[in-house]
Design a protein around this ligand. Structure first.
Ligand code: FAD
Length: 453
């Protein structure tokens, strides 16, 4: 097998087994997930990806597509009978057309590179999931990644006008392209967005951009309780303005990070709401004032950041929340349920109650405007009984989110971590159609088996 794959993909493209960097994703830190594989293949171009897929499909070998390995669902963690197909060498911009606000990029280009190249051309690529230096655009498409700015700009799918993908049994599918509007046929681009490597391998993506906002401002509001903070979030909705991002940090996560907050945190603060305005100079000033007014109702204190230095300091602090929370006990099991925004307060209460029932220290933060909570159950590293309790708590969390009209995953996907839970949300008819789609595109079940099901 190794010899044949080397003939197809090139001598330097095939590694026996799955060396450490290809055996896990971001769940290694949280859940200790780690896989193995028969081989890792790093094809140098899309045609070689196609040939590897064709060979695997012909020989009944499972294929695990791999981007930057920053996923939180175990999606890129391989199984021992599989070939890991890493897209890292497909790292070219095939086209960058600033005048038309678009680019055609290969799947292995990092998210940060896309953002940077767009910015250098005076453009914005809005999706901003964390770990951007490591995650790849193909991985972002495969997980339909979001991030804070999804509140105003939407998730990755909204910025993808077309895809090139290798599908079974080793053929190239092209959907959409540079065209901005296309309602021909079923939405195959949308189907592949968020498919977590289970329907094919994305090799390139047509992206659209928007002009770079002239500037941004952030307003932080501190509250005595989650109820007060959620009332302020409702006030932002009622204000009629459209923040780029509307985030929250609960009491536990705030306590873990208060010392590093770039301004004074008022005594008694147990909830933080962070709103960002972006746009033209004049717009941002008035939007920030409006946001400040909405967030001031019921707040202990509000803090406004407008200078580049203050904004960068806030951004760095926000990026550090996850790590600081992990540092509390050394490890955590994280979740990413989403609920309609008006149920956020209720979901926060339920998350705390579920954690307490399982004897787990619990805290959360996340994308308040999208009702998307990153709930963390904290535990010491290697505490297997507590980890098992956290997995049971996660299951209850998913059921609670669905009961409140929400989703078991708002961002990270199902992967292997939420395996068997689709039925909670999709119901019998949804599950049947889900399986029919998989069967139609992957009749042998070789694309990332065991994931997203
Ligand atoms: C610190 C941190 C912060 C994060 N913040 C966010 C956030 O704010 N919002 C958010 O949505 N996510 C977030 N994530 C999760 C993660 O970064 C995203 O899910 C990201 O899109 C994964 O991209 P990747 O290239 O690392 O994919 P991988 O982890 O390599 O793979 C993820 C899934 O996509 C599949 N896949 C990868 N590439 C391809 C391809 N070319 N074709 C087909 N399938 C493929 C894999 O098989 C797997 O199922 C965060 C992760 C970390 C570690």
């Amino acid at each position: 097998m190794i010899a044949q794959l080397r003939r197809i993909a090139g001598d330097d493209a095939v590694i026996e087994g799955a060396p450490a960097p290809y055996a896990s994703d971001a769940t290694q830190e949280t859940l200790g997930l780690r896989g193995s594989a028969r081989a890792t293949v790093r094809p140098p171009d899309a045609e070689r990806v196609r040939r590897v897929v064709a060979w695997c499909y012909d020989h009944d070998v499972p294929i695990v597509p791999r981007g930057g390995g920053t996923g939180f669902a175990g999606g890129a963690v391989p199984s021992e009978d599989a070939v890991v197909l890493s897209l890292e060498r497909l790292d070219r911009f095939r086209e960058l057309e600033p005048a038309a606000w678009r680019a055609h990029v290969e799947a292995g280009v990092s998210t940060a590179t896309v953002t940077r190249r767009a910015r250098e051309s005076g453009l914005l690529f809005p999706p901003n999931p964390g770990a951007a230096e490591q995650s790849q655009i193909g991985g972002n498409v495969a997980t339909n990644a979001g991030g804070p700015r999804a509140f105003k700009y939407g998730v990755t799918r909204r910025w993808v006008t077309g895809l090139e993908a290798v599908v079974a049994p080793g053929e190239v599918l092209r959907t959409g392209g540079a065209v901005r509007k296309d309602v021909t046929g079923y939405d195959l681009t949308g189907l592949l967005c968020g498919s977590e490597g289970t329907l094919g391998v994305v090799t390139s993506v047509w992206l659209r951009f928007v002009p770079l906002p002239e500037r941004s401002a952030q307003v932080a509001g501190f509250y005595e309780s989650a109820a007060d903070g959620c009332a302020a979030i409702a006030a932002v909705f009622a204000s009629g303005g459209q923040p780029a991002a509307l985030e929250y940090v609960d009491a536990g996560a705030l306590a873990a990070t208060a010392a590093a907050f770039p301004a004074a945190v008022p005594a008694g603060a147990r909830f933080l709401v962070l709103a960002e305005a972006d746009g033209r100079d004049a717009e941002v000033a008035s939007d920030a004032a409006e946001l400040g007014e909405a967030l001031a109702a019921g707040a202990l204190l509000t803090h406004v950041a407008t200078t580049r230095g203050d904004l960068d300091a806030l951004a760095r602090w926000r990026e550090g929340v996850s790590g600081a929370v992990t540092g509390l006990l050394g490890a955590k099991v994280s979740d990413d349920v989403a609920v309609p925004v008006e149920r956020l307060a209720e979901m926060l209460e339920r998350a705390d109650a579920i954690g307490a029932r399982h004897g787990l220290r619990t805290c959360s933060w996340g994308h308040a405007g999208d009702g998307n909570l990153h709930v963390s159950f904290l535990l010491p590293p290697g505490d297997l009984p507590l980890r098992a309790a956290a997995m049971r708590a996660s299951h209850e969390l998913h059921a609670a989110a669905v009961e409140l009209g929400g989703a078991i995953s708002g961002e990270h996907g199902i992967g292997s971590v939420k395996r068997g839970e689709l039925g909670l949300q999709l119901g019998d008819v949804g599950l049947r159609l889900h399986a029919a789609v998989k069967q139609a595109l992957d009749p042998k079940g070789l694309f990332n088996p065991g994931k997203k099901q």
